[in-house]
Design a protein around this ligand. Structure first.
Ligand code: PDD
Length: 276
């Protein structure tokens, strides 16, 4: 398959990354995952904006304009003839002799590749299980950093408990998922953690909040506790790959009547209608 290396499309076998690439050694870089529906990059502008924003927060200067990057990613999808799938794109601070502080001169190294992925339709229909895991990540979760060890360890623990996602909490407060945002609905009001430094401000999250406005669902960007989570009428998570995914049990306990809720279904339908 074709992959993008900096601003050049190459065959993936040709890719060579340095042993001292700072992404490899320090996780010193940032990334995005963008969904492809029917050959189109969904909410590409928003993902590209966040890619540049994350880079800026860690002082990586991306040496292309947003329009050039958009075109490069589009060409990659077209070359690989991906109909439904995703693009993964990352940029690291580049190759330099190992020392912790930023090297004086490096060129960032960007890599992007595509993959065919179907929509998780059965799971979205039936709902999934979640497990509470203490959020032990750093305090800049707003940056879509390559440093995912906290996320990986949380997801693994949830996975071992037989559930689909880790529902992270700092003390009693639910923040987000290990790779998703979290929402509860109580008495018709949707609650989700505010977009602070403690969560990644999901692009799917922004789409959902817009859909709520259109559907007349009241939104409160207010954090809720684990205890409140268990008492929600409906609960769901969202991400680029999981879309709007109902969570019907947390730590084995049923949420609402234990099946995807009415408002969640409405949001899923509106989301789907939005893809066309
Ligand atoms: N994860 N929170 C975290 C910690 C995430 O890693 C993600 C996305 C989200 C949801 O963001 P969005 O709606 O923009 O995808 C929230 C991606 C999909 C991943 O790492 O694979």
């Amino acid at each position: 398959a074709w992959i993008l290396h900096n601003d050049t499309l190459i065959q993936e076998e040709e890719l060579a990354i340095s042993k001292e690439d700072r992404g490899y050694q320090f996780g010193d870089g940032i990334y995005e995952v963008i969904r492809i529906y029917e050959g189109n990059l969904f909410t590409a502008k928003e993902h590209i904006d966040r890619f540049y924003a994350s880079a800026e927060k860690i002082k990586i200067v991306i040496p292309y304009t947003k329009d050039v990057l958009h075109k490069l990613l589009y060409d990659l999808v077209e070359q690989n003839e991906i109909n439904n799938g995703q693009v993964y794109v990352q940029i690291t601070r580049g190759d330099a002799m190992r020392q912790h502080h930023f090297p004086q001169e490096t060129s960032p190294v960007m890599v992007a590749y595509t993959k065919t992925v179907e929509r998780p339709k059965e799971m979205m229909e039936a709902g999934v299980h979640g497990t509470f895991i203490e959020d032990m990540r750093w305090l800049r979760c707003d940056i879509k950093s390559l440093n995912l060890l906290g996320n990986v360890m949380a997801k693994q623990e949830a996975h071992e408990a037989g559930s689909y996602e880790a529902i992270l909490h700092r003390g009693e407060v639910v923040t987000e998922g290990s790779s998703s945002n979290m929402y509860g609905i109580k008495n018709g009001i949707l609650y989700t953690h505010p977009a602070t430094n403690l969560i990644l401000n999901g692009i799917t999250r922004s789409v959902i909040l817009d859909l709520c406005r259109n559907l007349g669902i009241e939104v409160q960007e207010t954090a809720f506790t684990k205890e409140q989570a268990l008492e929600m009428d409906e609960f769901f998570m969202s991400s680029t790959t999981a879309e709007i995914m109902p969570i019907v049990r947390i730590d084995g306990q049923e949420i609402g009547n234990g099946s995807p809720g009415e408002a969640t279904r409405k949001l899923q339908q509106a989301f789907e209608a939005n893809l066309k």
